[in-house]
Design a binder for this molecule. Structure first.
Ligand code: MG
Length: 256
């Protein structure tokens, strides 16, 4: 199922995208409290304003250097254990919303990534217990200001600006995340093409690893790292990330 988070009549709602890819079956409730009931109403996807594909995550945990070729292009070693950092939930924007570039920030890159959306509180998980704690998968653009990333030595400022975390267009449930094609286009030109099977640390290992360090709450987001091919964005550009079985996350870039 594809779970769509959107804005309707002043509140956030959830719907299930139907097989035609255009119709939303409205759902009552919230996927993060385990209660979603179909109600007798449909809407066209085109008529609603999408919201980021989670709801008030307590945290967005990201993985650095999780594809060998990306480590190579960044001149970094392949890590022996997953490298974790976080983006603030205030950076989230939806599919179709603009990435706003503050002035004089230097080089800012897109990073196309598979995102895990947590469905049930998770702590000290074994790898085998991960699937039942995951609601589904989405697409995240880990927008990164490279010069700040290097000069700060910490990622919080470089990756934490408002709008630097597009997430969407929706959540795909019932998906095996371990061998999906990921393609990023920049103004229509393919810049990243990889498979999630190229990850240094596979998705379920990452979720289990993180849950041994911090409790994961329903709605929390884990972004699993980017493949090679990252490149700089500027106002007027459009970045689209497509992941097999999920869909396409597209965002334009504007000046702040
Ligand atoms: Mg990243």
């Amino acid at each position: 199922m594809k779970l769509v988070h959107f804005y309707l009549f002043g509140k956030s709602c959830w719907g299930a995208l139907q097989d035609d890819g255009e119709t939303l079956q409205l759902l009552e409730g919230n996927p993060f409290d385990g209660q979603l009931t179909p109600i007798d109403r449909t809407l066209s996807l085109e008529s609603v304003r999408l919201l980021p594909a989670s709801s008030r995550p307590s945290k967005i945990v990201c993985i650095g250097s999780n594809y060998r070729l990306h480590c190579e292009e960044m001149g970094k070693p392949v890590p022996a254990v997953p490298i974790l950092f976080m983006k603030p939930p205030s950076a989230l924007v939806a599919h179709g919303e603009a990435i706003r570039l503050p002035p004089e920030l230097g080089r800012v890159d897109f990073e196309g990534e598979l995102a895990v959306i947590i469905g049930r509180r998770a702590r000290n998980l074994s790898r085998d217990a991960v699937a039942e704690h995951v609601l589904g998968y989405s697409i995240l653009n880990d927008v990164s200001a490279r010069e700040l990333q290097r000069s700060d030595g910490q990622f919080t400022r470089a990756k934490g600006f408002d709008t630097f975390c597009p997430l969407g267009p929706w959540i795909a449930t019932d998906l095996d995340p371990h061998d999906l094609e990921l393609v990023t286009t920049h103004d229509g030109v393919v810049k990243q093409r990889s498979r999630t099977s190229d990850m240094v640390f596979p998705v379920f290992d990452l979720v289990a690893f993180i849950s041994r360090h911090m409790t994961l709450e329903p709605g929390d987001v884990i972004s699993t790292g980017t493949p090679s091919g990252v490149s700089a964005i500027a106002p007027g550009d459009e970045v689209s990330i497509t992941i097999e079985g999920i869909g396409t996350l597209s965002n334009t870039v504007v000046p702040q």
